[in-house]
Design a protein. Structure first.
Length: 121
């Protein structure tokens, strides 16, 4: 089976519903064999997971994602590259904000509460 055909199956609403059901219901299985998956099954599960993440991003209203992007393999790949790059940049940004001694993160959008008064040293 060609890799694009596997992606097309993984992209389908039918298989996405089955995949999400199998994650939520422990007794529901996609395959007859529960272990020692074939290379084809591994590849299919990989793409089911990728497309599930893309549909989640769409539902969350993430930037640069649409049904058209998900349906186009090249645009979906570009979005995944963008998302990976953004995740690395966000991690770097959070690492820069971490205080060296305590490891606490100072997040600019979360207000601080400072207690003053008796017994608040």
């Amino acid at each position: 089976m060609k890799p694009n055909r596997i992606r097309e199956l993984a992209l389908s609403q039918h298989w996405q519903n089955l995949y999400n059901s199998s994650k939520e219901i422990g007794t529901f299985k996609l395959f007859n064999n529960a272990s020692e998956l074939t290379e084809l099954q591994d590849s299919f599960l990989y793409w089911l997971s990728i497309y599930s993440d893309l549909y989640t991003d769409l539902a969350m209203g993430e930037k640069f994602i649409s049904k058209e992007v998900i349906a186009d393999h090249i645009r979906a790949e570009a979005y995944l590259i963008y998302k990976r790059h953004k995740r690395k940049e966000d991690k770097k940004s959070m690492d820069k904000q971490a205080e060296p001694k305590t490891g606490k993160v100072s997040h600019p959008t979360i207000p601080k509460i400072v207690f003053t008064g008796k017994g608040c040293d």
